[in-house]
Design a protein around this ligand. Structure first.
Ligand code: PLP
Length: 384
């Protein structure tokens, strides 16, 4: 019997909201002028960009001049880190970074490259068994030459939400710019940067029901940022390149919609997430939740199952019409455990059994019931 597909991989990507799609539509073939020009078409494009920028600035509680449109979350992270690193180094302020062991590769690989190839140094602060950073560890890692602190807002693999506001106080006491990757948190947590005490914040469209290929970088006005790209004067010279008007409009529309429904959606998803987590832990022997039990994203449930291989679980789920992902990446046929899970102290073998189920706007209780009905059997079947 063919069951309808259940999509539980929203942390990987979300569908485009039909209202977002409709908002974008005119900017493909009706209003297509290059926003840098002076004619009517161009002015209409420029107006759409200005309005989108203002909407996003309002959601972040700051000014429009501090919003830069990019092509994705990865680009936003790269621009923030490279831009601050180079500017601080040029100003002779130092070349030491502080980051954590649970960052997305968009952040960690950027730091790694700056350190391996360009003479920077980094301190990678550890996390506890729930994937949480201790702000005191960040404070202890600060050196006179520290020029940037970067801590992920909420982790993509285990959903743990970090105490950004506390870390931000520590950074600002020492006048150190503070960056966060808010790509996963954006749909579910506050983005008020003054409350979070962050100076740079990266966002991505395709995790919040906008299309793939658009992102945002917030940069506090006082932060010196050397542009990673050079070219025209777009985005106040900080990210040159003709603006992608439909995607910018889509990003602003998606952020506005998510923001408008966030409070009730968070309550709804938390209930479903907890039903899923409790059900899995109660019915599947040797199952373990990964990440923090409460300080975690409302849509995020992640587990490890002793004696199982993630790929086998995912394959059986796929056959049952349930689309999910794991925490581990497979490189040239050799499964490698996720750096996030190993940083949290999970043994290699257990880390290779990770399952991530991430809920979204379309997720229903009936879908959660179906997962709870089929998953115990699948785990039993694939257990070695
Ligand atoms: N940061 C985090 C935490 C993510 O989960 C992702 C995507 O999975 C990214 C950055 C990269 O975003 P993008 O796919 O828009 O480049």
């Amino acid at each position: 019997m063919n069951q309808p597909t259940i999509y539980l991989d929203h942390a990987a990507s979300t569908p485009v909201d039909p209202q977002v799609f409709e908002a974008m539509r005119p900017y493909f073939s009706e209003i297509y002028g290059n926003a840098s020009n002076l004619h009517k078409q161009a002015r209409a494009s420029a107006k759409a960009i200005d309005e989108s920028r203002q909407q996003i600035a309002n959601i972040l509680g700051r000014g429009a001049r501090e919003i830069i449109f990019t092509a994705c979350g990865t680009e936003s992270d790269n621009m923030a880190i490279r831009g601050v690193a180079w500017a601080q180094k040029l100003a002779g302020l130092g070349q030491h970074f502080i980051t954590t062991s649970v960052e997305h590769h968009a952040v960690s690989h950027t730091f790694d490259q700056l350190c391996a190839k360009f003479g920077f140094e980094q301190t990678i602060v550890p996390v506890d068994g729930h994937g949480l950073v201790n702000p005191a560890d960040i404070a202890a890692a600060i050196r006179p030459d520290t020029v940037l602190i970067s801590v992920i807002y909420a982790n993509n693999e285990v959903g743990t939400i970090q105490p950004l506001a506390e870390i931000g106080v520590i950074a600002h006491e020492r006048n150190i710019p503070f960056h966060t990757d808010a790509v996963q948190a954006a749909g579910y947590e506050s983005l008020l940067v003054d409350l979070l005490n962050v100076d740079l914040l990266a966002l991505s469209g395709h995790k919040i029901y906008a299309p793939k290929g658009v992102g945002v970088l917030y940069v506090r006005q006082k932060i010196a940022l050397l542009p990673s790209f050079t070219g025209g004067g777009h985005e106040h010279g900080r990210r040159p390149g003709t603006e992608n008007v439909p995607y910018i409009v889509g990003m602003a529309k998606a952020m506005s919609l998510v923001q408008a429904h966030q409070a009730e959606e968070k309550v709804r998803l938390t209930k479903l997430r907890d039903k899923l987590i409790d059900g899995v832990l109660q019915t599947i022997p040797d199952s373990q939740l990964t990440g923090h039990p409460t300080q975690r994203l409302a849509n995020h449930a992640s587990f490890v199952f002793a004696g199982c291989e993630a790929d086998a679980i995912l394959m059986h789920l796929d056959q049952a019409g349930i689309l999910a992902s794991s925490g581990s990446a497979c490189t040239s046929g050799m499964p490698t455990p996720s750096h996030v899970l190993t940083a949290m102290g999970l043994p290699h073998n257990l880390a290779l059994s990770a399952l991530r189920l991430t809920l979204g706007q379309q997720t229903t209780e009936a879908e959660i019931d179906r997962v709870l009905a089929v998953l115990p059997e699948i785990i039993n079947k694939v257990r070695l």
